[in-house]
Design a binder for this molecule. Structure first.
Ligand SMILES: Nc1ncnc2c1ncn2[C@@H]1O[C@H](COP(=O)(O)OP(=O)(O)OP(=O)(O)O)[C@@H](O)[C@H]1O
Length: 583
């Protein structure tokens, strides 16, 4: 300690390192509660890499909520020369695939072969009453009360197009719900399931003593431990399943940060994880040292989270770049938001400011809650007509540095279009058709990418260009087109041009777990500052979304706020002793 009893940086680092060591070595069920940038991924990877190299009887399940997190964990094992840790008896995968592989699929009929789809968009699943809606538009949710588990349509999650369509229907919501469940059940009988069905079946199977006795012994002999990363994203159903696993004697390690709970729409509540950890008596191991951000960013973040906790401790970075507040004249959509105190756009002003601090454009991240606010990012509109979706896919493959997830979706969109033309009688998924034809799915995806890339730029009469291209493109073996079947008719909604601004651009939900030297968060709403200063992050998810956004920054956090709110925001930051400057 120094004369003032303030711990030195070296002492802070040592304390953070020993917290990480304790978390990596914890025995039995544990709850690792961590602040942003605390190194959760590092801890989970270290824990797994400590496994002995000789073949093990029992493995470890590492479960995350995204494929990106799953792939990152597997890559770390390979980079450490431990490819064995990616293979059985271990399991590295998403929550959906864990539930499916171990708690749902084993009790499904073997014929037709059961398969897990990422969503119903992967097949031509439709619900028909006096209107036709794709099944994927009608998200199902689980209502759990005591012993009963009920499936219902999440009406509040319908997108506006589907809502309009259903409002114009003469059928009641109840009739639609019955039709959705009937359509879904028909697809399940054909062997298709999604994450929702995997959850529903897993919960029902685990609650049935008769079924659980088939599932649990193999699971318990395969895994000595289950680690759930980003556990704050667990829904009530997820936690109910984990509780049953825990009660069956499987040690659980939960890793999470309730302040970063931004999936309330799928039933993840911020405090649910802590309550659950207490219920199963998992020992809490805190990680409180932030290895990512500066003290200024930690201080800014503390104004966006619940309770009177002090700011997290920055244990690596000591530079003190003030928070930059950019008074902004927001355009209704896209990137032409003007910086109110210069003749530039706010993006140019941010880029220049970052450069003054030695941060290059490719180390900057632009983010916002909604796509509409972001420059250079167009959204795949769920439920849009297929031609509009194809136009979106076309814009993705022509965007330099496009997000890998978007590229995958774009290829899948083109593959669906081609399959619809080549195999008009087939309703199963492209993967199913490839399996039947005995060709690898990668071949279909390569073909789809080339087809998509080659299409002319979308315009109002694009339908006929796409049709000509479909007819001319060399088909897969076994294709049997039938006249005009599969033609994508109509007029596409043309995606916004994607300007190449040289900075990464993504909505907040996409940058969770990520980081950048400088982050600009767009806050276009008229009530931004009022919300920030008066609402409670434990009940207002919007504040938690902003929290996730600003905690991605390593060195510089910047906020674009409506011009008339900049002064109020700076007064608030001054009162909370957050170093800042108006730019
Ligand atoms: N022990 C360590 N040694 C060196 N670097 C580390 C260590 N632990 C974490 N880091 C680095 O600190 C940064 C933050 O770590 P990480 O991304 O794992 O945090 P996190 O807890 O997942 O954060 P968040 O929840 O905010 O996404 C990363 O750049 C990571 O490489």
């Amino acid at each position: 300690m120094t004369a003032t009893d303030e711990p030195t940086l070296a002492e802070l680092q040592e304390a953070a390192a020993s917290q990480q060591t304790a978390a990596a070595a914890a025995v039995g069920s544990a709850y690792i509660s961590a602040c942003p940038g605390a190194g959760k991924t590092h801890v989970v990877a270290t824990r797994h890499l400590q496994s002995p190299a000789q073949p093990l009887r029992s493995g470890r399940a590492l479960i995350s909520f995204t494929r990106v997190a799953r792939d990152q964990m597997a890559r770390r094992c390979r980079e450490a020369g431990r490819s064995d840790l990616v293979l059985a008896p271990h399991f590295i995968g998403t929550f959906d695939s864990f539930l499916w592989d171990f708690l749902a699929k084993p009790l499904r009929p073997a014929d037709p072969a059961p398969r897990l789809l990422e969503s119903w968009a992967g097949v031509k699943a439709q619900v028909k009453l006096d209107r036709t809606v794709s099944l994927g538009q009608m998200q199902l949710t689980l209502n759990i009360t005591g012993d009963s588990v009920q499936e219902c349509v999440a009406w509040d999650l319908l997108d506006s197009d589907t809502q309009r369509m259903l409002n114009s229907s003469n059928r009641s919501r109840n009739q639609w719900e019955q039709a959705v469940l009937a359509a879904r059940n028909a697809w399940c009988r054909r062997g298709y399931y999604t994450g929702h069905e995997a959850r529903y079946l897993a919960l029902r199977n685990m609650r049935s003593a008769e079924k659980a006795q088939w599932l649990l012994p193999p699971l318990k002999s395969r895994f000595a431990e289950v680690i759930v990363d980003e556990a704050q994203d667990c829904s009530g159903a997820d936690l109910a399943i984990l509780e049953l696993l825990h009660d069956a004697g499987l040690p659980l390690v939960l890793v999470g940060d309730p302040d970063q709970a931004i999936y309330a729409w799928r039933g993840a509540e911020p405090k649910a994880l802590q309550d659950f950890a207490r219920r199963i008596s998992a020992r809490e191991i805190p990680l409180t040292g932030n290895r990512r951000s500066t003290p200024v960013i930690c201080r800014l973040a503390s104004t966006l989270r619940a309770g009177p906790r002090p700011p997290d401790i920055a244990v690596v970075r000591r530079d003190l770049i003030p928070v930059a507040v950019f008074p902004t004249r927001f355009a209704p959509k896209g990137g032409q938001h003007l910086h109110a105190t210069s003749a530039n756009t706010v993006i140019e002003a941010f880029r220049d400011h970052a450069q003054q601090h030695g941060i290059a454009a490719d180390q900057c991240l632009l983010t916002a809650h909604k796509y509409a606010t972001l420059p250079g990012a167009s959204r795949e509109r769920p439920g849009a007509n297929p031609l509009t979706t194809l136009a979106w896919a076309h814009s993705v493959v022509h965007t330099p540095g496009a997000d890998a997830n978007h590229l995958t979706r774009a290829c899948a969109t083109a593959a669906r279009a081609l399959i619809g033309y080549w195999f008009p009688q087939e309703a199963s998924s492209p993967e199913g058709i490839c399996a039947d034809l005995g060709i690898p799915v990668s071949r279909l995806h390569r073909t789809a990418f080339a087809f998509l890339y080659d299409l002319p730029t979308p315009h109002p009469g694009w339908s006929s260009d796409v049709w000509q291209a479909m007819k001319a493109w060399p088909p897969l073996p076994g294709a049997a087109p039938q006249g005009g079947k599969g033609r994508l008719a109509g007029t596409p909604t043309i995606p916004r041009a994607t300007a190449d601004i040289g900075m990464r651009t993504a909505i907040v939900h996409q940058v969770k777990g990520d980081e950048a030297d400088a982050v600009l968060l767009f806050l276009p709403d008229a009530d931004t500052v009022q919300r920030w200063t008066t609402c409670d992050p434990s009940t207002d998810e919007q504040l938690r979304i902003w929290y996730v956004a600003v905690t991605r920054a390593r060195r510089l956090a910047a906020l674009a706020v409506p011009e008339d709110q900049a002064a109020a925001l700076t007064r608030f930051l001054a009162a909370r002793e957050v170093p800042h400057q108006i730019r």
